[in-house]
Design a binder for this molecule. Sequence first.
Ligand SMILES: Nc1nc2c(ncn2[C@@H]2O[C@H](COP(=O)(O)OP(=O)(O)OP(=O)(O)O)[C@@H](O)[C@H]2O)c(=O)[nH]1
Ligand SMILES: [Mg+2]
Length: 394
Amino acid sequence: MDAPTKKKPIAIITIGMAGAGKSTFVQRINSYLHSQDPPTPPYILNLDPAVTHVPFEANIDIRDTVNYAEVMKQYNLGPNGGILTALNLFTTKFDQVLSLVEKRAETVDYVILDTPGQIEIFTWSASGAIITDAVASVLPTVVAYIIDTPRTTAPATFMSNMLYACSILYKTKLPFILVFNKTDVQPHDFALEWMDDFEAFQAALASHAGATDAEGEPTYMNSLMNSMSLVLDEFYRHLKAVGVSSMTGDGIKDFFDAVDASRDEYEKSYLPELDRARAARDATLAAAKADSMQRLMADLELDRAKNPSGALADRWDPAAEEEEEDDDDGDINIIDRSAYFELGTFLFFFVRDPDGDFFFFCVCVGEEPWPGQYIDVTRARRREDEGINWPKPG
Ligand SMILES: Nc1nc2c(ncn2[C@@H]2O[C@H](COP(=O)(O)OP(=O)(O)OP(=O)(O)O)[C@@H](O)[C@H]2O)c(=O)[nH]1
Ligand SMILES: [Mg+2]
């Protein structure tokens, strides 16, 4: 009998407001997975080009491919435009990222993505959508929406955070987990109560300062939020919510239970929707192709009739085509930091840099807390002065 095939890894996309604790959360779940028996190290992607220090060892790091400061300089951009452009440039190489991820699918259980601090850069950009859709089309994927619990205790802030989560849920249509982070500072029971019972939320709203105007009437904001709490009630039914502390590790197991339970949801609701969207897109493309082919043939007929000798001169020459073909765009290659071999207590990594040069570095696995932390022997990262000259569009 054939051995049971391994289930595909689940991709976890962490999204959340600036400073909500996304990177600390990724570090915590990474550490949790390493501490399992046997350890199940995840495959981690850092998509934040502007971060100077990530508290985990990413397998693929956008900073290895795009120099964010250089992008800002070259395109005269501010910090957010710089992050967005860096992400856009990285997305043009995302096919390479996907193939690296797919190569590791047999050996990992989780693929984790840390996204840029400014939430809208990922959630409302074309590249964020492309990355999310690309990952979700090859792996079961779940969105972990990280919430800064101590900063959502005011009903109005809670509601705007939930509206944001709601917009991401309906945009991505992926299984969604609300992760109330920093429960060491503020337990998340109030949030669960508000999600479970809209009357409890409305009562909190009414008792909050500024709920009524000078005449004692509910303010416009208050009435609006009252009505919206009824609308959101439906949205809450589609969500799982967990409370965690990325600082202490509290609740991380609940998070993974929610992630594992999402696999079913992905297969039952996201995949059929994806197949339907693919079929619709293929049909539209086929129709457009058939239409342009028909018009081309009609034009050719006309051309041949008008100028019979010209048609002979236009014949396709495969030899000429072959010569032109060799201008591949592999100038920037995504680095998988985890291609290595092992010698004693050292792991030796061979990496190809974007210029095609090979270099290596090694990791001591003896006393290190994490197998995977590395010591730079030659140069594990591009030199500061080695900016990439991305071509300007148009
Ligand atoms: N007390 C407490 N602090 C936390 C927790 N998680 C994160 N923090 C703190 O929150 C701050 C922001 O954490 P980050 O992990 O950098 O947050 P982020 O969402 O990745 O931030 P950006 O990527 O810059 O938007 C840091 O000071 C963390 O130490 C937690 O569970 N409890
Ligand atoms: Mg971060």
